[in-house]
Design a protein around this ligand. Sequence first.
Ligand SMILES: [Zn+2]
Length: 259
Amino acid sequence: MLFDSCRKCRSSRVELQKRLFGSNLKVTQDCLRCNRQSEWSSQPFLAATPAGNLLLSAAILFGGQGPNEVLCLLNSMGVTTHSVRSFFIHPEKYLLPAVERTWDEHVHDLHRMLNETGTPLIIGGDGRADSPGYSAKYGSYTAQKLNHNKIIHLQLAQNNEVKNSGHMELEGFKRMMSSLRVAGLTVEKVVTDRHRQLAKYVREQELDVLHMFEVSKRRLTSSQRRRVSKKWGTGREASTITYTGVPQSTTNKEEDHER
Ligand SMILES: [Zn+2]
C-alpha cells in the first residue's frame, strides 16, 4: 500500500489519518520512528478548493442538471461529493465570473476580427423573455451573425427599465445596435420576426439598415409562395424552409431572402 511505510526511513510504524473534503481524499501519515509527517491529496487544489469539487459543480451547472439530483445519485453509488451548499458557492465565486470573462474575450476577439475585415454585418436577432405573456421580468436579446453562425451580441433588459415587459425586446435591439456602433461595426441588414414595434423603429430610426422578416412558409399566400419559388427555385420548397422578407406593401425596406 502507498501509505503502509514511511517514505523516508521505510518504517512500517506509521499512523494514518484520512479526511474527506467533498470529492477529495486527504491522507496524513505520521511516522512513529523518524517523526516525519507527510500529506497526500487525491486531487490538486485551486487555491483552497479541491479541483474535483469545482469541476463537479461546473459539470452540473453547464450541463443544466439539478445539483440535488446529481449529488444524490453519486452518493447513492458511494461516490463522495461536496454538499449542495458548496455547489451554490462555486457558481457565484468562480464559475459565473469565468463565463463572463470568456464571453467578454470572445466578443472582443470577434469584434476586432470584424473590424479588420470591415464587411457590413448581416444580423439575425430575436428576443426571449423569462416567462410568457406580460408577466416577464427579464428579457434577453440575442444577435447572430448569419453568414458565420456566431453570436455576436447578447443584451439583457428588465421590465422596470421600460414601459412594460412588452417593450423589452425593442430595448434589447436598441442596446444591441448601440453597442455594435460603439464597437465600430456597421450593420447592413437585420433579420427578425414580425415584431411590430421593432419594425416601426427600424423603419423610422435606422434608415441605413435593411430590415428583413422571418416568415413561416405556412403563412404565405399562394402568390407569395410562387414569387419566392420563382426567385429561389423550386428545389428549395421543402416544408421546413423559412422565408424572410416576403414583400409586403406596408413596409418600405424589405427584400426576398431565404435562410
Ligand atoms: Zn520514518
